[in-house]
Design a protein around this ligand. Structure first.
Ligand code: ZN
Length: 199
């Protein structure tokens, strides 16, 4: 049997690679979640959420990585793979992880709204299923969750600026002037936050 990553030495290292993927996703305007499939000490697949890019509701980071790893290994059973993901897998991804017979999953932050690793559902360790996954969580938790919070925070700011710009371009000039005046403080903070995103 192929050696597994050593939890003490390797979990942080591989989670950092998943975080790199999450940052790539954010840069592309995707919800920043990244994942990595590892056998022994080797990354065999890495990827991030591509839902917007592919217009595919199933294109979560874990699904991308499971598919890539299966193609690379030429088999659907990923029995030597440790899967790292920045956020707790949802019900769909947890189901795919069980179907792929992944023996161990390491995730960063919990997802209290949709997590399939114990937060909302416990699919990964459901006793009725014929495969149960060893779980580790809380690895680089703050960084994993802050990337998401920053992304959604910046998106709210961007939407706000878009709204103001749209109002500026509208023929209802009087209404626009009033709106910008009312929103003046919010507008300036929004502008500075946007320039931070661009860096
Ligand atoms: Zn998912």
């Amino acid at each position: 049997m192929t050696a597994r990553p050593d939890p003490l030495n390797d979990d942080d290292r591989f989670m950092n690679i998943a975080l790199e993927e999450a940052r790539i996703a954010a840069y592309a305007g995707e919800v920043p979640i990244g994942a990595v499939a590892v056998i022994g000490n080797e990354v065999i697949a890495r990827g991030h959420n591509l839902r917007e890019t592919l217009n595919d509701p199933t294109a979560h980071a874990e699904m991308i990585v499971i598919r890539e790893a299966s193609v690379k290994l030429g088999q659907w059973r990923l029995t030597d793979v440790t899967l790292y993901v920045t956020i707790e897998p949802c019900a769909m991804c947890a189901g795919a992880i069980v179907l792929a017979r992944v023996p161990r999953v390491v995730f960063g932050a919990r997802d209290p709204k949709a997590g399939g690793g114990g937060s909302v559902f416990q699919i990964l360790q459901e006793p009725a299923l014929n495969h149960r996954v060893e779980l580790a969580s809380g690895i680089k938790e703050d960084i994993c969750s802050n990337i998401l919070k920053d992304f959604f925070g910046n998106r709210r700011v961007r939407d706000k600026v878009d709204k103001i710009v749209k109002t500026q371009n509208s023929p209802q000039r009087t209404l626009r002037t009033q709106k910008i005046h009312i929103d003046n403080k919010g507008f300036f903070s929004a502008t500075s936050a946007l320039s931070a995103v661009k860096k």
